[in-house]
Design a binder for this molecule. Structure first.
Ligand code: EPZ
Length: 416
């Protein structure tokens, strides 16, 4: 298992282009089997999770070619409906294939998905919503789910605006008979991106980005060329790294409005942020200040995926910052690694109190999940001395060319 070695205590300075969004490209890859002809996705990040989705597409019978940041998918022969557990376990997003495969083939057999261990991650809302659309679902032994049925448009009310459940309903319903209404839908930019792609292949989806999404089932779809949005969580992670190191960075190819809560918090902490179209400049000259309590919430609230990166920055701020995690039950696992570098963090259930310390010191740490791993990288960049972050495979699921990007900003780091 590889490690990232970092010699910290240097300001990050420079300019990088931010990758396409992992949490957009994965549902788009699943959605590509609903296209009537070839699909070309642009701005696809080079990530382990993208490789896993491509493997599933090939298993289903699609032809997939990769050419730099473009992925060409010809779904014409995607007739398989079974995905074995070994493929499903590689990432959480494999569950999105359920709605797409069911819509395309009329049946699907998959097991429960894998992904980051952030506490219980049930898929009951996905299954209940698919049942509302008319799917017969049997949960067999060893977490295998067997679905079948002619789907029909329906009114689906989610008890919580789940990103994955909203995506699964969109995928399952966009080519079925009748109209579907999703109430209390997730409003994340990735949902809007999925709607944009579905409309590009000839589906009729309205209201994405609002709590009510209307989907009119269509009989015929076609191919399309589509560009994936920028990864707001990766952009936010580099912002936190620059803030923690007193740096000055420019991020290219971002959508600043998708990062509003984070940039407001970083401005309150003393950073200067300027936006120029799809470029974001961040400069931090003095020591960071603690900020008002950070409460994670579904979009447009503060993203749970940015809780760990901001916490890393706040470990070196002046004063105390409180973090309240409302989305996942167990999303403070990075606190141990941060403490090993000298951070003062107290956790109790879903609340963490971070008392800023003057400086962090280097330590050997291990990533426990994707964004938690990113927070260790940020702390290691800010810390004096050498650090290592093990279990890099977590980071490779979400951060493309991590060490090259960090080096482009002046960091001294190496994969060992
Ligand atoms: C997506 O996960 C993202 N993953 C996550 O990003 C992100 O943290 C999360 O949304 C919240 O923004 C992808 O898009 C691939 P949810 P998802 O369904 O869809 C509960 C990252 O680091 N729930 O909105 O799995 C669930 O347990 C990852 O990139 C049910 O109870 O999130 C959680 O508490 C990690 N039953 C809450 O809802 C269900 O059927 C939110 O989950 C589904 C979810």
């Amino acid at each position: 298992m590889s490690k990232l070695w970092i010699s910290g205590g240097r300001r990050l300075e420079g300019e990088i282009t931010v990758q396409g969004a992992k949490n957009s490209v994965l549902p788009l890859l699943a959605a590509s089997i609903l296209a009537g002809d070839e699909v070309v996705l642009e701005n696809c990040p080079d990530l382990a999770d993208v490789d896993s989705a491509i493997d599933i597409l090939r298993l289903l019978g699609a032809e997939v070619k990769r050419d730099k940041d473009r992925i060409h998918i010809n779904p014409c022969n995607a007739a398989q409906s079974e995905v074995p557990p070994a493929y499903m376990r590689r990432m959480r997003s494999s569950v999105i294939f359920l709605g797409a495969v069911l819509a395309r083939t009329g049946s699907a057999c998959m097991s429960f998905p894998g992904g980051c261990e952030l506490g219980p991650r049930p898929i009951d809302m996905h299954l209940e919503a698919l049942r509302t659309l008319g799917a017969q679902i049997v949960e067999e032994e060893r977490n295998v789910i067997r679905c079948a049925g002619q789907l029909k448009g329906a009114r689906v009310r989610l008890r919580f605006p789940s990103v994955g459940a909203t995506e699964n309903v969109m995928l399952a319903s966009c080519t079925c008979d009748g109209e579907t209404i999703i109430e209390n839908a997730a409003r994340e930019p990735e949902i809007e991106d999925l709607a944009g792609f579905l409309n590009a292949i000839g589906c009729r989806v309205r209201g994405a980005g609002s709590p009510v999404i209307l989907i009119e089932g269509v009989k015929k779809t076609h191919g399309a060329r589509y560009r994936v949005i920028a990864d707001r969580i990766v952009a936010g992670t580099y912002c936190c790294a620059a803030a923690a190191t007193g740096g000055m960075v420019t991020l290219d190819g971002v959508e600043p409005s998708h990062l509003a809560h984070l940039t407001q918090a970083l401005e309150a902490a003393g950073c200067s942020i300027a936006v120029d179209d799809d470029r974001l400049h961040l400069q931090m000259k003095q020591r960071l200040r603690a900020v008002a309590p950070v409460v994670t919430a579904p979009y447009p609230g503060f993203a749970t995926d940015l809780q760990a990166p901001l916490m890393a920055a706040m470990t070196v701020a002046q004063g105390q910052t409180r973090f309240i995690e409302t989305i996942f039950e167990n999303r403070f696992q990075h606190a141990d690694g941060l403490r090993a570098m000298g951070a003062d963090i107290v956790t109790d259930g879903r609340t963490a109190w971070v008392n800023g310390v003057g400086t962090l010191h280097g330590a050997d740490t291990t990533a426990t999940d994707l964004r938690g791993g990113a927070s260790l990288v940020i702390a290691a960049l800010a810390a004096h001395g050498e650090s290592s972050i093990g279990a890099l495979e977590h980071l490779d699921r979400g951060y493309a060319h991590l060490e090259q990007q960090l080096r482009a900003l002046g960091a001294v780091c190496e994969r060992t």
